[in-house]
Design a protein around this ligand. Structure first.
Ligand SMILES: NC(=O)c1ccc[n+]([C@@H]2O[C@H](COP(=O)([O-])OP(=O)(O)OC[C@H]3O[C@@H](n4cnc5c(N)ncnc54)[C@H](OP(=O)(O)O)[C@@H]3O)[C@@H](O)[C@H]2O)c1
Length: 283
């Protein structure tokens, strides 16, 4: 059992678990054999279940400033995050979060074992996150409290790695990426397909802003959204969650919606769950 630092993460009540239940990944994942049959198709069926989750202020900020570590979640929603981690095969963050926050990306929920730890994944096209011995994710892996990180990149690192880490390079085929026109941009379908081939059936995508704002434009890719709203305003200049505006023939429309929503209070925070959609639910 992963015992150290567990005190700050406690078990959720039965009611809290019931509230989250319908947004969790299905408990009967595809078998590896089924996945390899799907290897060449990029159908939804072969992609992992994707949960997009983050903690936000009332002004839709997720950090005080780029690079400023900001605590938003209270103890109850922190425990919820670790409960969600226990139910996913992988936790994914972008390179920006890895570099600025040095996250541990493990699960400290009571009962978590090394076997049930989620796979930490970092989308880092140019390998700018320095995977050193003292990076928290590596320390936890060395201590047997988490798994060694998997880095999804567009170019492999030039230097020899001195810690256990697995790099997977995605070769771009010149097709326009659905995540924008940045030089290093990898298509999220390719990223998810690679994870699927690694045996990952569910992934909890935790940020940061660039990753969230991109995925909020991809309702066909995201299965569940779980947002912690903390009762605070961070103020202008923070790191903002707000996807690009949408318009069709000059007419603006809402950028994204949540359908099948449920809200519940966890301590002082509110947790909002829903399914991502590009239109409002019919009421
Ligand atoms: N409150 C919360 O729940 C929460 C959670 C996580 C993070 N955060 C905050 O969010 C902030 C970081 O946000 P951020 O926008 O700077 O960073 P980010 O979203 O973590 O990472 C963005 C970077 O990841 C890489 N990336 C992401 N998607 C990619 C794709 N499809 N293809 C190729 N590369 C891709 C790119 O790296 P390159 O630039 O190298 O191309 C991109 O610039 C931090 O302040 C952190 O504290 C808050």
């Amino acid at each position: 059992l992963i015992k150290e630092n567990m005190a700050d993460v406690t078990e959720l009540s039965e009611d809290d678990r019931a509230f989250l239940a319908s947004y969790l990944p299905p408990s009967a994942p595809n078998t590896k054999a089924q996945r390899s049959e799907d290897a060449d198709s990029r159908t939804k069926a072969s992609l992992p279940f994707v949960t997009l989750t983050y903690a936000s202020s009332l002004d839709s900020m997720i950090a005080l400033a780029p690079g400023a570590r900001t605590t938003l979640s209270g103890p109850e929603t922190k425990s919820m995050t670790h409960y969600l981690r226990l139910h996913h095969d992988a936790i994914l963050v972008g390179a920006g979060t890895a570099v600025t926050d040095d996250p541990g990306l493990n699960c400290r929920y009571p009962g978590a074992t090394l076997e049930t730890q989620p796979q930490p994944v970092i989308v880092d096209p140019t390998c700018r996150f320095d995977v050193r011995e003292d990076a928290k994710v590596c320390q936890l892996a060395a201590e047997g409290k988490g798994k060694a990180p998997l880095i999804i990149c567009a170019e492999l690192p030039k230097q020899v790695q001195t810690v256990p880490v697995h790099h997977i390079k995605i070769v771009k085929e010149g097709a326009e990426s659905c995540s924008g026109d940045r030089h290093n941009s990898l298509d999220w379908l390719d990223i998810l397909h690679v994870l699927s081939l690694e045996g990952i059936d569910s992934v909890m995508i935790e940020g940061g802003a660039t990753v969230i704002n991109t995925l909020l434009q991809l309702p066909g890719v995201v299965n569940a959204v779980i947002i912690t709203v903390a009762p605070t305003w961070l103020g202008r200049g923070g790191v903002n969650v707000s996807p690009p505006p949408k318009s069709h023939e000059g007419v603006s429309s809402n950028a994204a919606w949540l359908q099948q929503t449920s809200w519940r209070q966890f301590g002082n925070d509110v947790v909002l769950c829903g399914r991502l959609s590009d239109r409002a639910s019919a009421s």
